[in-house]
Design a protein around this ligand. Sequence first.
Ligand SMILES: [Fe+2]
Length: 568
Amino acid sequence: MNPRPEFAPPFDLLPPQLSLPQDDGDRSGRARKLERARDAYRYSYDKANIRGLAMCEQLPDEELPDAGWRVGLAGVAARLVANAVKVSGLPEPAQLAELVRAVEKDGLEGGLREVGGVVVAGEAGQTIARLGDYAGLFHEWRVPAEAGELHLDSTFARMRLAGPNPAWIRRVDPGAGLPSDFAVEAHHYAAAVGSADTMDAALAEGRLFLCEYRQLLDLPPGAVPVPAGITIDYATDPVGWNAAYKAREAAYGQGARAKALVAPLALFAAIGGRLTPIAIQLFPQGHRGRRYPVFTPRDGLAWIAAKAALHAADGTVHETVSHLGLTHLVQEAFYLALHNNLSVRHPLHRLLAPHFEGTLSINAGADKSLVSPAGYVDKLLLTTIGGAIELTGKAVQSYDFTASIFPRQLAARGVDDPAVLRDYPYRDDGQLVWRAIESFVTAYLQQYCRSDEDVAQDGELQAMVRQVGAYRTPDAAGRLCGGGIGGVGEGGAQVRTRGYLIQMVTQIIWNGSAQHAAVNFPQADPMAYSPHYPLALRGPAPEGTAVSEAEYLQMLPTTNRRTFSCSF
Ligand SMILES: [Fe+2]
């Protein structure tokens, strides 16, 4: 019997020797490979739907999802269809087979296309008659726990601290007080808390907290149903999310009912360390010359309806701003800058690249199908697809990277004191994760960057920092480059110290891991239960304290595709 030969991997499978560019003995070879990477990871600002933001022009093969990921996705898609069968009796087994084939062939895009067809077919004519009907939509998954705690104010408060959008709430500055267009008064506060605590005391002690959704003011409301056949001609409107969309959306009024738009303000107080809802106002006072009621927990169904309206606003900014914009697309900008500037021999390339796995492909799929006319975002959110893309675009363009570094954003929002807010899972669990990443990054970088000089003289790193902040700027070969991300660097678009580099790298990893997990995974529980987190309002939002059960139910989604929470 022949002895079994030893396995010898080909040389090019071995990882390259790591070095800072200034220490590399083969600078010309390093530069040649980097130039090839720049061709592979070209910037585009004119994708099909997410216009004006930096995305990869064409995915290199190594960025395409692998077979294992596609099989996993096919499994999830099959469960969605199996659930739809149990709800509505559709579809035929042949459609199920077609779904699996579509996922294998086109990945996320194909799966969403097929699932969308099945779900739309299954929802025809279904309306909600009573709240309990929503529980009947869950067969392949358990009914979310929020179904049993739907109307509790403690559930509503917890969503601000451990819900899908847990970095939105901020402390009211005791020096500035409440916004002048939020008409909460002492008697509202007293009605809400029912104790000797007063609004003046809570303000002075830094115990008042605010959630505002002013971004939604004046956006076009979406429609039910979304008209089919809308196409966007970007050739006539390079900006895309303004004139072209709005012109198309004029068609929404023909045969479709407009969704109700709100841009609410909500006040909370920390009482004994626990967050307590105080009041909701669905628009700033004076918006379009009108006065708006202040709802409190004493307002019965009107309060419940106001909380649902606030969750529609919160869900809309969650998906467009906090999730798609500030995690998925910010990460893509960094990943492009990484490939365009850091050699694969750079220690930071080795450290960071695995944290972007799947970023380009999932974003490309979102651009093609989720964030498209008549796609899921168009159907599910308060505003139209044009409004949604505008929200995303403005969020990314106004993002301040350094101000968003996790410990700084906690301090800037005034939520970092556990003596005031005792239980804040996003903060408390996040700090554990942050410190673990930071400690790993520190130990790793100390191996390669022994001083601030090493950092300051690292030409590849400095070029990456400059480029992630630039926008549509030609490189030496004339390619348009730049991530358009503001606030990266210390004292301008540069890194001078190892201390800042550690914070910067920790934040990049944090944003693609823990921060994304915080905003992504609650798309299942608690968002999948649509009366709890309606992303849009099908009927009018409450205008006074007299709200009937029928009016409340009319606001909520039909027993529709909201069962099928899709991550993007
Ligand atoms: Fe996501």
